[in-house]
Design a protein around this ligand. Structure first.
Ligand SMILES: Nc1ncnc2c1ncn2[C@@H]1O[C@H](COP(=O)(O)OP(=O)(O)O)[C@@H](O)[C@H]1O
Ligand SMILES: [Mg+2]
Length: 224
């Protein structure tokens, strides 16, 4: 059976993954600080919004809506109207993580999904949750089970240390793993992307050069 897919919104990425992310799926976007995870996530949500799909962005960092809009507005792909008219809903989970237990956090996520019925969900970044819950692996397992009740594509971002490709904890339940890499090449740090896993997909395994410009993230042709 042919798998349905949605375009990622990242220029140059879809040809490497048979046209887009499988529906439904949970994709881990992993990378060190500044590798482009949040930019990737909003590009994905904005692509959906332009196609009439609803999106839900869940921040684990207590970053305000205004803060995010200010930074993301430097990109051409970002249209704040979609945040204002409710096409893309912004949920700040930062405070709840500090105050609620696992069951309550999951309940809140379930409720906001049921209420907004998004086709695209982002949780950015997931690793922060590890500071708050007593059993992170169990939480991830329960979160993934919850997400699988819906026919959505969920991007979960994970921050890793430089040189690390992805976190095993968040990776083992994901249907796809995309690694955003910043490599120190002497005088310059270069950006790459590598698809480590994409269930149901004959995907590239190469290291592809990546660029972040005013237009957002673009995957360039592989040199290898
Ligand atoms: N308008 C822009 N043009 C080019 N590069 C940008 C622009 N805005 C941000 N960047 C680059 O993207 C990086 C931020 O990416 P971000 O998505 O916040 O990373 P992460 O979420 O992985 O920490 C910045 O550190 C900067 O290098
Ligand atoms: Mg970020």
């Amino acid at each position: 059976m042919q798998i349905s897919r949605i375009p990622s919104g990242i220029k140059g990425l879809d040809p490497l993954i048979e046209g887009g992310f499988p529906i439904p799926s949970i994709i881990l976007v992993s990378g060190s600080a500044g590798s482009g995870k949040t930019t990737f996530a909003f590009q994905f949500l904005m692509e959906g919004a332009r196609r009439g799909e609803k999106g839900l962005y869940i921040s684990t960092l207590s970053e305000s809506w205004e803060w995010m809009i200010r930074f993301m507005s430097s990109f051409d792909f970002f249209e704040s109207e979609y945040m204002e008219d409710g096409t893309v809903v912004y949920l700040d989970l930062g405070k709840d993580l500090a105050e609620m237990n696992e069951a309550k956090i999951l309940k809140k996520i379930r409720e906001v999904i049921a209420y907004t019925t998004p086709q695209r969900i982002v949780i950015d970044p997931i690793n922060v949750v590890n500071n708050y819950v007593s059993n992170y692996r169990q939480f991830l397992f329960d979160l993934v089970s919850l997400l699988k009740e819906w026919s959505t594509v969920t991007l979960i971002t994970g921050e890793v240390k430089e040189g690390e490709k992805y976190s095993v904890d968040a990776g083992y339940t994901a249907d796809g793993i995309i690694s955003l890499i910043m490599r120190d090449e002497g005088d310059v740090i270069k950006r790459y992307v590598q698809i480590l896993k994409m269930r149901g997909t004959a995907h590239s395994l190469s290291l592809h050069p990546l660029e972040i410009t005013n237009e957002g993230i673009e995957v360039l042709r592989a040199r290898f």
